[in-house]
Design a protein around this ligand. Structure first.
Ligand code: F6P
Length: 342
């Protein structure tokens, strides 16, 4: 069998570990051949391929990014995109496709599976907002990077008696903010799921200063002040999947806090630092196991599914389970962090 592999959407640490596991097991156990598709769905759409075998996978386990490249190409938004994919798969003699991606990439995979394309999905995103799986790889690395930043910001905030606001990624879900905020001992965590009251945040800031500690506020890029109702945008231009570019809530918060409380405040935007560099051991472990199970699903000819972590087991679930609804922070989980606010 000839298997195509692609990585789509925002990159994340662990993508190369998945590719390596797919290829190693695919060649050794199943005797498969591979075709690497470049830059997400653009690869099969425009016939952009690279050689992919054991040789190309040597040394890539700890490497961030993806050797295949990535993009946010949406074949359903491109002229004849889907027809071109079907024709290119046939031309390159590819019998099955493994798509490694988040809600958008796997959403496309799900629609293609419905049209008869033999596709298996592997869930990835640092945001950890895909349903059907307990965790996606990349998330643990992002949380560790954010936690280290918070640890460092504590000491400088204490020295200068300042408020430090840390803006982390998380478009619709506050998982990175919640986990790093709890791990880093933040005095406030603000997430997209729960619009925040700026007056209450300022009260918490003042309470924190009374106890001689400096406040550290972790805010997801998608968090929304209750009275304005809208997310803070860097750009309203939409990508092929209809997403605007978020960013700026950290700066807005720091300025508002200074104006309302008279306390000095600074904002730090972690941005793509959270997505770059080497994956943690947990993410390498999870990504490797996802890859091994994905190629087994192909060997079993079980298509239209994605691999998922349930407890400590890797299972196969319908692609729609991962993409129909986003996994967001529940009020109960958020309440755990709220114990430490102020
Ligand atoms: O989808 C993951 C994510 O990290 C989001 O949290 C963020 O909004 C987005 O990627 C930004 O990605 P890019 O700058 O690559 O468009």
């Amino acid at each position: 069998m000839r298997v195509g592999v692609l990585t789509g959407g925002g990159d994340c640490p662990g993508l190369n570990a998945v590719i390596r596991a797919i290829v190693r097991k695919g060649v050794k156990t199943h005797g498969f051949e591979f075709v690497g598709y470049r830059d997400g769905w653009r690869g099969p759409m425009d016939g952009l391929t690279i050689p992919l075998g054991i040789e190309q996978c040597r040394g890539i386990l700890p490497r961030g990014g993806t050797i295949l490249g990535s993009s946010r190409t949406n074949p359903f938004a491109a002229e004849g995109g889907v027809e071109r994919i079907v024709a290119n798969l046939a031309d390159t003699g590819v019998d099955a496709l493994i798509a490694i991606g988040g809600e958008d990439t796997l959403g496309v995979a799900n629609r293609l599976a419905g049209m008869g394309v033999s596709v298996v999905g592997v869930p990835k995103t640092i945001d950890n907002d895909l349903s059907g799986t307990d965790f996606t790889f990349g998330f643990d690395t992002a949380v560790n990077i954010a936690t280290e930043a918070i640890d460092r910001l504590h000491t400088t905030a204490e020295s200068h008696h300042r408020v430090l606001v840390v803006e982390v990624m998380g478009r619709h879900a506050g998982w990175i903010a919640l986990h790093s905020g709890i791990a880093g001992g933040a005095s406030e965590v603000l997430i997209p799921e729960v619009p925040f009251d700026i007056d209450r945040v300022c009260e918490d800031v003042q309470t924190r200063f009374q106890s001689e500690y400096a406040p550290i506020i972790v805010v997801s890029e998608g968090a929304v002040p209750a009275d304005t109702g809208g997310q803070t945008l860097q750009s309203a231009d939409r990508d092929a999947f209809g997403h605007v570019r978020l960013g700026g809530i950290g700066d807005w918060l720091a300025k508002e806090i200074e104006t309302r409380t008279g306390e000095e405040a600074r904002a730090v935007v972690l941005g793509h630092v959270q997505r770059g560099g080497t994956p943690t051991a947990f993410d390498r472990w999870l990504a490797t196991r996802f890859g091994l199970q994905a190629i087994d699903a192909v060997a079993d000819k079980e298509f239209g599914v994605m691999v998922a972590l349930r407890g400590t087991n890797i299972v196969r679930v319908p692609l729609s389970e991962g993409t129909d609804e986003l996994k967001v922070v529940s009020p109960e989980e958020y309440a755990e962090a709220q114990v430490f606010f102020g």
